[in-house]
Design a protein. Structure first.
Length: 366
């Protein structure tokens, strides 16, 4: 990575004492370099408030609880890199968290935070998971949702604040990576680790054009990581065929009323591919569409035998089970049961014998 001859100016402020005109909205505040000297630390409560303000300006508004009131100097250096911010942090034991109220009040862009742990360990919680991140590992935090991080000793890390809208991945895919420690020993995680580590080292000396180009590469690598981990997680969690078939059948049966029910819709609901759903039904010797239609028609047949069907009408019964076109419903019903749905409804009169089912008709013909 080549740098520019001209270095970016560094803004230095004492924690919590920046000028009023340096305080835009929390999610839109500029990069800063803030520090407190060990021999000039304010009172414990005052230091805690000032440190929380500094952390919130550098990242997003969050809560900070110091585990040792006089835990030493706190230092944050923040540098812009294209659309991203690179923040190097050194401080003592503390717990940082972002709660639901802070998330709800956020008016600026959402951020994904990639953190390279350099010294000390961090215990991170998000999306129902907890993990310990050790030196040499990296992790991801989605600042658009609540999270918590505990650092029990002196620590040092570098974080990249990435606008969420620039990462072309689905939220449910991203959720599989939060609160997870990546060791960078193989696959795309190794590429992400090495590239972001070097990028953090070079960021202060890069000009704006280089920063934009390199941030694009960084986003591409991160997208590859999300896709790779999601695909591996989905493959590991995919149940055996009989169990998976029962799962998708149960879902389909509870959604027969939806006109858009299809292999693609079922696949999307279960994070499978449509091709895999078709493969599951091949074990039954039937296509997905044929199975759905048969189940819908069977339920229409049963409903038409009920007295309430006379008041509702044939078309209403068909719509209840996903047939939006009355003519199509009538043809499909006749093809399956040998008479139109209207004739079936008429034959359901309590003073006439119950019409035979398809199975009985077939058996008698045999």
């Amino acid at each position: 990575m080549s740098g520019s001859p001209s270095r970016r100016p560094t803004l230095e402020v004492t924690v919590g004492t920046a000028r009023p005109d340096e305080h835009p909205e929390p999610d839109e505040r500029p990069a800063l370099h803030g520090r407190t000297e060990p021999d000039r630390l304010p009172a414990p409560d005052d230091f805690g408030d000032r440190w929380r303000e500094t952390v919130s300006r550098a990242f997003v508004p969050m809560n900070v609880r110091l585990l040792q009131p006089r835990s030493g100097a706190g230092r944050i250096t923040s540098t812009g890199l294209g659309p991203m911010r690179v923040c190097a942090v050194e401080a003592g034991p503390q717990v940082v968290s972002r709660d639901g109220r802070q998330v709800a009040r956020a008016s600026g862009p959402s951020y994904l935070i990639l953190t390279l742990q350099e010294q000390g360990t961090a215990t991170k919680q998000q999306d129902g998971r907890e993990t310990v991140v050790r030196p040499g590992e990296f992790s991801l935090t989605d600042a658009s949702r609540s999270f918590r991080k505990r650092l029990d000793g002196d620590f040092r890390f570098t974080s990249f604040c990435i606008p969420r809208e620039l990462l072309p991945v689905r939220d449910d895919h991203l959720r599989t990576l939060t609160a997870t420690a990546f060791r960078g020993t193989g696959g795309s995680a190794a590429l992400v680790s090495s590239f972001f580590t070097r990028l953090a080292q070079e960021a202060p000396s890069l000009d704006a054009a280089a920063g934009r180009r390199l941030s694009t590469i960084a986003l591409d690598l991160l997208t590859v990581l999300v896709d790779e981990v999601h695909d591996r997680t989905r493959a590991d969690s995919t149940p055996p065929e009989p169990v998976a078939l029962e799962l998708v059948k149960r879902y389909a049966l509870s959604n027969l009323h939806r006109p858009d029910l299809s292999a693609a819709q079922i696949a999307d609901a279960h994070h499978m591919s449509a091709r895999y759903v078709h493969k599951l039904f091949e074990y039954e010797g039937v296509s997905v569409g044929t199975w759905i239609r048969a189940e819908r028609l069977e339920r229409c047949r049963r409903d038409l035998l009920r007295p309430a069907a006379r008041a509702a009408g044939v078309a209403a019964v068909g719509r209840r089970w996903g047939f939006t076109n009355p003519s199509h419903f009538s043809r499909a019903f006749r093809s399956t049961f040998g008479m139109s749905p209207r004739a079936w409804l008429g034959a359901a009169d309590p003073h006439t014998p119950t019409p035979p089912s398809r199975t009985a008709t077939t058996a008698n013909a045999a």
